[in-house]
Design a protein around this ligand. Structure first.
Ligand SMILES: Nc1ncnc2c1ncn2[C@@H]1O[C@H](COP(=O)(O)OP(=O)(O)OP(=O)(O)O)[C@@H](O)[C@H]1O
Length: 257
């Protein structure tokens, strides 16, 4: 059983304690080709940053650099003011949750088992406690009734919510979303975006690569426009969408809005 403090901490609208992130002159390359060059960005604790930009501009690569799925060629990433390059990548990924376009759930596991797996196997919590945490996280994403369903018996939106619950079950300090709604049927997108907005309101630090300009406009604290591996403009949603400074951003917006 969970102790009362833990249960209280996990209840429906509990606040998160997001950490700050800072990227310092981050450069990432695939082989000899640099696809991200000298990217610097401040992401305050508990804030939401939306990354927008054309296909191939380096948005996913930026996320992969933050949690070291791809090792930086140069530069640094600071989590709560401390370089993540000092930690083992596995330890870092306990602190930074990531949600992908494709949900990557284990097909032979139920929703509950999918969410409980990492707290049990990676955090090494007792199985019963991991299951309790998973139940609470599934409850938070509105899937209590689907806990015993396998992914094939869930809609795409429900599978993505399981993937979000799975990331939250590790108590991350930062959540990275890589086009989390791009693979969903249009009628399922809103539910997942609402859930993401709820995490934002509760103080999670979020970095969201998205093609959903409405979400970026409504939810982001800052919007980052990337093109050709660089940050071209950073600003409030109002500044980016209503008063774009660069021709590149104006051209991009004219194509997507
Ligand atoms: N594994 C890889 N090996 C070599 N090049 C890669 C690899 N992954 C991405 N790239 C290249 O890096 C650049 C940035 O890709 P990235 O996926 O980060 O862009 P993106 O902005 O997320 O694009 P999209 O919106 O289409 O997902 C692109 O030119 C891409 O072709």
């Amino acid at each position: 059983m969970l102790n009362n403090a833990l249960a209280a901490d996990l209840h429906q609208e509990a606040a998160f304690h997001g950490a700050s992130l800072e990227l310092r002159d981050l450069t990432l390359a695939y082989g000899d080709i640099e696809v991200l060059r000298n990217v610097s960005l401040q992401i305050p604790a508990g804030s939401t940053t939306c990354i927008i930009g054309p296909s191939g501009s380096g948005k996913s690569t930026l996320l992969r650099g933050i949690n070291r799925l791809h090792e930086p060629k140069a530069g640094d990433v600071l989590l709560s003011g401390r370089s993540v390059l000092k930690d083992k990548p596995d330890a870092l990924r306990l602190r930074i949750g990531m949600v992908f376009q494709h949900f990557n759930l284990f097909p032979d596991h139920t929703a509950l088992q999918n969410v409980a797996l990492a707290p049990w196997k990676i955090k090494r919590l007792p199985k019963q406690q991991a299951m309790e945490i998973a139940r609470l996280r599934l409850d938070e994403v509105g899937l209590t009734q689907r806990a015993d369903h396998r992914p094939r018996d869930l809609s795409g939106g429900q599978q993505q919510r399981v993937a979000i619950a799975r990331a939250l079950a590790m108590d991350p300090e930062v959540m990275l979303f890589d086009e989390a709604t791009s693979a969903l049927d249009p009628e399922l997108v809103k539910g997942v975006l609402n859930l993401m907005a709820n995490l934002c309101q509760r103080g999670m630090t979020m970095v969201v690569v998205t093609h959903e300009m409405g979400f970026a406009r409504k939810v982001a604290d800052q919007v980052v426009f990337m093109d050709e591996g660089e940050i071209v403009e950073t600003g409030t949603p109002e500044a980016i969408f209503e008063n774009p400074q660069s021709a590149r951003l104006r051209r991009f917006l004219s194509e997507v809005l």
